[in-house]
Write a protein that binds this ligand. Structure first.
Ligand code: F6R
Length: 366
């Protein structure tokens, strides 16, 4: 059942190229330069009339929501608010008829997310879901659904469900951008051409498995980790920290790199590994100066990047290099090292990777 893998989590990490390809299958209209979301159930007119989007989710799915805000605000220029479901449901959110609420849930059964859906619907808003489980409560009660086609996820720590959520969000952002007239066919094709290359690039990213395991060996005894990222990599820093906490029981925090000076820099000493997400984009130099700040205080820097050069080497203790894609899709690629680093540290520590203590796969009670 584990297909030769030692754990479901590892099997599911390695299934990502297939899961991403399945989530894209049939949804890209190359000739029209558009995307097709078969179960979205909202007409172009209804989608075009949306004035505000709320995205509501828990845990890893909430991290996907945070990436979604970047994608949708950038591509479709639609204001997006992101909430943790247990907060959203009790804060009397403002829902007008032109508000769309998007729930993100792998299982489709998370109690707080389902309650958030009912709250939005009860206030007269339209609701759609990004969901992995067919016919789950959240899928059934939503007006429309974008299914991720990750296949069953058994490991408690979410992996392939997360990256397929990211890809579903890219497709949804493209759809919104097209109906809002903010993207022409060529602009859409520019991104979908990169999307179709993603499964192959994730395969290449997985080839770094052994290099990541080496890094895991170096830092497996640390008692705390810091994960830093900027922009659309900040949610990936949060996700890296969550994966590590969940399965290795090591305390970890994710921070926007620019927040370091506002507090977390006080934690840095020679015992603190800092995982830095460093995509080759226009904030690269700022992130490199954050790395310098860590090293000046004897902290250890593990740079995770798609662009290796002397500047990175000079400012990092370890450098892990991954394939490049456009900036909007880099969060998908850099999720892979977050998953594998947590996985290898947990295995080295001998924890129960697939069934970590105190956690349930689906949180169906409050
Ligand atoms: C983390 C993890 C949890 C879930 C969260 C939401 O690895 O698995 O944080 O992401 O419980 O679950 P779903 O997406 O099923 O609503």
């Amino acid at each position: 059942e584990k297909g030769g893998y030692r754990h479901f989590m590892l099997k599911e990490i390695y299934e990502q190229p297939r899961a991403l390809a399945d989530t894209l299958a049939g949804r890209i209209r190359e000739e029209q330069g558009d995307v097709y979301l078969e179960d979205l159930a909202l007409s172009d007119e209804e989608l075009g009339g949306v004035a505000k989007l709320n995205i509501v989710a828990c845990g890893t799915s909430w991290h996907a929501a945070l990436v979604g805000k970047f994608l949708i605000e950038k591509l479709a220029r639609l204001p997006v608010e992101v909430d943790i479901a247990s907060e959203f449901r009790y804060r009397d959110p403002i829902i007008t008829p032109d508000t769309l609420t998007l729930l993100i849930s792998q299982s489709g059964e998370t109690a707080d997310t389902l309650a958030g859906l009912r709250e939005a619907k009860g206030k007269g808003g339209k609701v759609v879901a990004i969901c992995n489980v067919l016919d789950s409560s959240i899928a059934r009660e939503s007006h429309g659904v974008i299914y991720t086609h990750a296949g069953p996820e058994i490991g408690v720590a979410s992996t392939k469900a997360f990256t397929t959520q990211l890809v579903a969000l890219v497709l949804f952002a493209l759809k919104l951008a097209r109906v809002r007239g903010l993207l022409d066919a060529d602009g859409c094709r520019a991104l979908t051409d990169e999307l179709v290359k993603l499964p192959r690039k994730i395969e290449e990213a997985l080839e770094q498995d052994e290099a990541i395991e080496e890094v895991a060996r170096l830092y497996m005894n640390a008692s705390d980790f810091l994960y830093l990222g900027r922009g659309n990599q900040y949610p990936i820093a949060l996700e890296g920290a969550l994966k590590l906490k969940e399965i290795s029981y090591i305390h970890a925090e994710g921070y926007p790199a620019g927040e370091m000076k506002h507090g977390p820099i006080a934690l840095i000493d020679e015992n603190l590994p800092v995982v830095v997400l460093l995509p080759n984009n226009d904030t690269r130099e700022k992130v490199i100066s954050n790395m310098q700040e860590v090293r000046a205080r004897a902290g250890k820097v593990i740079a995770v990047t798609d662009h290796d050069d002397p500047l990175v080497r000079d400012n990092a203790d370890q450098v892990l290099v991954f394939p490049s894609t456009c900036d909007d899709l880099m969060p998908v690629i850099l999720s892979v090292p977050m998953q594998l680093l947590a996985y290898h540290i947990a295995v080295l520590k001998g924890t129960d990777v697939d069934q970590p203590r105190n956690l349930a796969k689906s949180v169906t009670v409050e």
